[in-house]
Design a protein around this ligand. Structure first.
Ligand SMILES: Cc1cc2nc3c(=O)[nH]c(=O)nc-3n(C[C@H](O)[C@H](O)[C@H](O)COP(=O)(O)OP(=O)(O)OC[C@H]3O[C@@H](n4cnc5c(N)ncnc54)[C@H](O)[C@@H]3O)c2cc1C
Length: 238
């Protein structure tokens, strides 16, 4: 049998596949990256719409506490200094997420963790008093963990939209805990480094895959034996 041409066939051109290919290529390995989507980049792929980089598969913020990882991605493309601090709009009023002292100030006008904790505990106990034993559904679970105000304003609508049904029809185990931050900190992530590539994620992927053969619109499983014959090793990342 003829020698296989590639050292690695990398299935999937997302962040994992592209990084693997970059490192293998640097180590002198012959790589081919394939992806079944019509573009490279996997979930971080961006589309330019009227001059705006739109994250086609949902917003992505790169975050890590690993300095080596951060330096690595910044060696490929410059990142901006973006801090993810989402805001929820409930009936026209804005609340910071994840729930923290800023949220509790917006909700109840309280300024100290003790005041916030007292209100949460009071609402939790009220909810538990109306329950017959353990929480029977997601609504009861959330009420028992954080009380009515946080549940109704910041959990209920979002959860029902995501799952497509009422919280009373969802099982309690979906939510195990609801972290409550008793500090004034709107930063969604706890990592030391976070940001978005300046010019979009495609620049990161293009930089990683520079000089590496790629093919898009190709599903590995549709011609598996053909692809397996091309490379000594298959790296599946899908
Ligand atoms: C909406 C959303 C938001 C997210 N936000 C964040 C965030 O803010 N921060 C964060 O750190 N992470 C976030 N993530 C997770 C993030 O997407 C991943 O950590 C990362 O992008 C995954 O990279 P990956 O290479 O492992 O997979 P992917 O990006 O999924 O790439 C896998 C690729 O494999 C391809 N593939 C699969 N099967 C085949 C096949 N049979 N043949 C050929 N190709 C195939 C797919 O088409 C895909 O392009 C988010 C995820 C989603 C869905």
């Amino acid at each position: 049998m003829a020698d296989k041409y590639y050292d690695y066939l990398i299935v999937g051109s997302g962040l994992f596949g592209a990084t693997f290919a970059y490192k293998a290529h640097q180590a002198g390995k012959r790589c081919l990256v394939i992806d079944k989507r019509p573009h490279l980049g996997g979930n971080i792929y961006c589309e330019e719409v009227e001059g705006i980089n739109v994250h086609k598969y949902g917003a992505h913020i790169f975050h890590t506490s690993n300095k080596t990882v951060w330096q690595f991605v910044n060696s490929i493309v410059a990142f901006n200094r973006y801090t993810n601090s989402p805001v929820a709009n409930y009936q026209g009023k804005l609340y910071n997420l994840p729930f923290n002292m800023n949220t509790f100030y917006q909700m109840w006008g309280v300024c100290t963790p003790d005041e916030a904790q007292r209100i949460i505990d009071q609402q939790r106990h009220e909810a538990l008093a109306h329950m017959d034993g353990e929480p029977q559904n997601l609504e009861e679970q959330a009420l028992s963990l954080v009380g009515r105000d946080i549940y109704e304003r910041l959990i209920k609508g979002y959860t029902e939209k995501q799952w497509g049904r009422p919280c009373t029809e969802l099982p309690a185990f979906i939510i195990k805990r609801l972290p409550v931050r008793m500090v004034f900190d709107n930063n969604y992530f706890n990592d030391d480094y976070q940001g978005i590539p300046i010019g979009g994620y495609n620049k990161l992927i293009d930089g990683l895959l520079e000089g590496i053969e790629t093919r898009t619109g190709v599903d590995f499983f549709k011609e598996r034996s053909y692809w397996e014959a091309q490379a000594r090793q298959i790296v599946f990342t899908g």
